[in-house]
Design a protein around this ligand. Sequence first.
Ligand code: ZN
Length: 100
Amino acid sequence: MAQFKCYVCKEDVRTGEKFTFTKKGSVHFDCFVSAKRKGIDSEKAEMLRTLSLILDSELSHLLNLLRINPEDDKSKEYERAKYKDIEKACGETTKKIEEL
Ligand SMILES: [Zn+2]
């Protein structure tokens, strides 16, 4: 995996860590959510809690898919297609959190 830096904590994002991409760049899941929590109106807190749990489970799903390592082309193709679906879902949830 290419090396990314988290724009919140300035540390490298390592393989196997949960992270996402925003307009500002790459960011750890935990850094993203806690930075967002600091600046949010109290009436949006429940939405942030819900969205962050959803994103957490989508990112776990993504990391689990990476561990499958399919050995033939048909399997690889299916795994890649699924990965793209979940990646898209992660992007949508990340955007929703950004917009809160
Ligand atoms: Zn970070």
